[in-house]
Design a protein. Structure first.
Length: 132
């Protein structure tokens, strides 16, 4: 794993699956741990557990074309983690970006192979022309 750009091995893992507690090689003092508070832990994709059928990695969604039954909406710029659900930040040409909740009512299908996402524009508040 990489923490703040430095490769680290896990020396010990405790806690639970929902709240793991890690001790990292080379991080031996409380002060060193505090310096890492809030840092992103990056894990090689090959080491990640398999995803369920309706799960995707943020990096796979970024760049996907978003459409409503073929009508172009925009391109996913980012996946934003919000408390109630994740949101797709979609950049629209000539218009402001739109946030689309990653829920069944808003997103009909995701096809990572073709980099396309089909959404219900009416549900997310876009009219027939794609205007908010």
């Amino acid at each position: 794993m990489t923490v703040n750009g430095v490769r680290r091995d896990v020396a010990h893992r405790g806690g639970t699956g929902d709240r793991p507690v890690l001790r990292l090689d080379g991080v031996g003092s409380r002060e060193a741990v505090e310096q890492l508070r809030g840092a992103d832990l990056m894990v090689d994709r090959g080491a990640a557990p398999p995803l369920a059928e309706d799960e995707w990695l943020a990096e796979d969604l970024t760049g996907c074309r978003v459409r409503d039954r073929g009508r172009e909406i925009g391109v996913v710029e980012a996946l934003l983690p919000y408390p109630s659900c994740d949101l797709l930040e979609v950049r629209r040409e000539g218009a402001s970006s739109v946030l689309i909740p990653l829920i069944d009512d808003a997103v009909r299908s995701v096809d990572i192979d073709t980099k396309s996402i089909d959404v219900d524009a009416r549900f997310i508040g876009l009219d027939a022309d794609g205007a908010a």
